[in-house]
Design a protein around this ligand. Structure first.
Ligand SMILES: NC(=O)c1ccc[n+]([C@@H]2O[C@H](COP(=O)([O-])OP(=O)(O)OC[C@H]3O[C@@H](n4cnc5c(N)ncnc54)[C@H](O)[C@@H]3O)[C@@H](O)[C@H]2O)c1
Ligand SMILES: CC(C)[C@H](C(=O)O)[C@@H](O)C(=O)O
Length: 424
């Protein structure tokens, strides 16, 4: 079995925000050994150089619902800006998903959207869902479209890096010294578990006097455990601490018992990796008690969903955590913030676009093999935080509050200055 572990996992492997800062400040950007001064537009590069260095990328863009279109617009502006500088030509193929797709077609993942995703190098997705569609039957809900997309593209490994930006230590309700320099990554299995297990349903109990019973099935095949565990071991190998903590509920659940035995069996192939196991209830507590004990966390679909939302508060907000959902390389990866459509702030220019922007950076790094461009974006985000700009969710005393659009503009402006290209 081949498992596509991105060749360049160095960002999630080792690079904290401090190194982002130092790489960014005052630098003249150098692309593949070529330095850029004030003018670096297509017009100033030779045709031969351009032919060798111009890259074209087709990306499926799925804005989805709620704050999705707001954060996606900002993210695309950032990508356009770095595209100009780094000679990346974008083809953004927009597609419907979630509630927006239901409203337009009746289907949360129309065939046309799936075809656009399959024919692209990567999928950039914002978020789906909202109260408008909450009363629909399960399979017709916006969330069902997202789950189908992940399943259809066989995106079984969801990487959720959690790093604390030093600038945001006061944005978290947790103590500074507890969260400073947290640098962990959750590898969440994404296409199995209770999310997809059969049978499932809600039924009247025979002779139950009208009482109903609901049931779901938590299930894992050995092959499903093995392929995601391999991603986690490879990732742990690539990081300085080489630690892997597998999180399960093996004191109660058969799925977890099988999970643990397969992870243990795989450990023999990775003698450098220091493997530990932890029950999920303890892991939830340890994440806020002593988060720095974790390096790579491997866990199932359901546990990973919950633990990653919890872990986002180490970084200050759900609006800060990006993710990459990857398979074995047959289909494009999906890049999506871990947060939802935030209906409570949708349409108010209050959303934090950083998780979506950092997801685009992960896309550049893993799928498009442009770590140089990803570095520039991550550095610009860090520099804007250095300047004291904050969206409402990460606002703290003495900082300057900005809306989603203004935050995006500040990041684009920072890129403009740091890359020293002409103003468009
Ligand atoms: N991947 C996804 O598309 C995804 C993930 C989670 C939830 N959802 C869906 O989103 C809808 C709302 O769910 P929810 O309220 O439980 O979770 P949510 O993540 O949408 O919001 C939870 C809280 O975090 C805040 N928040 C989230 N993202 C933010 C951002 N970028 N900037 C500032 N604040 C942000 C929200 O305002 C809200 O207070 C539901 O329909 C749910 O199914 C979708
Ligand atoms: C919307 C929902 C289906 C989704 C999940 O549970 O996977 C979300 O919570 C996430 O984390 O992306």
């Amino acid at each position: 079995m081949t498992v596509c572990v991105p060749s360049s996992l160095s960002f999630v492997a080792s690079c904290g925000s401090s190194c982002l800062n130092s790489r960014f400040r005052g630098s003249t950007v150098s692309v593949r050994g070529r330095s850029y001064g004030r003018r670096s537009t297509f017009g100033y590069a030779s045709k031969t150089w351009l032919a060798a260095n111009l890259s074209r990328h087709r990306v499926a863009v799925l804005p989805g619902d709620g704050i999705g279109p707001e954060i996606m617009n900002v993210t695309l502006e950032v990508l356009r800006r770095v595209g100009e500088h780094f000679h990346v030509e974008w083809e953004f193929a927009e597609a419907l998903i979630g509630g927006a797709a239901i409203d337009a077609t009746g289907d949360p993942l129309p065939m046309e959207s799936l075809a656009i995703c399959r024919s692209s190098e990567a999928v950039l997705l914002a978020c789906v869902g909202g109260p408008k569609w909450d009363s629909l039957p399960n399979k017709q809900r916006p969330e069902a479209g997202l789950l189908r997309l992940r399943k259809d593209l066989e995106a079984f490994a969801n990487l959720r890096p959690v790093r604390t930006f030093p600038q945001l230590l006061d944005a978290s309700p947790l103590k500074r010294d507890l969260i400073a320099e947290v640098d962990l990554i959750i590898v969440r299995e994404l296409t199995s578990d209770v999310y997809f297990g059969e049978p499932r349903g809600i039924e009247f109990i025979p002779e139950g006097n009208g009482e109903r019973e609901a049931y779901n099935t938590m299930s894992y095949r050995e092959s499903e455990i093995d392929r995601v565990a391999k991603v986690a071991f490879e990732l742990a190998m690539s990081r300085p601490r080489q630690q892997l903590c597998s999180v399960d509920k093996a004191n109660v659940l058969e799925t977890s018992m099988l999970w643990r035995s397969r992870v243990d069996a795989m450990a023999a192939a990775y003698p450098q990796v220091q493997l530990s196991h932890m029950y999920v209830d303890n892991a939830a507590m340890q994440l806020v008690r002593q988060p720095k004990q974790f390096d790579v966390i491997l866990t199932g679909n359901m546990f990973g969903d919950i633990l990653s939302d919890e872990a986002s508060m180490l970084a200050g907000s759900l609006g800060m955590l990006p993710s990459a959902s990857l398979g074995n390389g047959t289909f494009p990866g999906i890049y999506e913030p871990i947060h939802g459509s935030a209906p409570d702030i949708a349409g108010q220019n209050r959303a934090n676009p950083i998780a979506c922007i950092l997801s685009a950076a992960l896309m550049l790094r893993y799928s498009l093999k442009r770590p140089d461009v990803a570095d520039a974006i991550e550095s610009a985000v860090s520099a804007v935080l250095d300047r004291g700009y904050r969206t409402a969710d990460i606002m703290s005393h003495g900082m300057q509050q900005r809306g989603c659009i203004e935050m995006g503009e500040a990041i684009v402006e920072t890129l403009r200055e740091s890359l020293r290209a002409p103003v468009a």
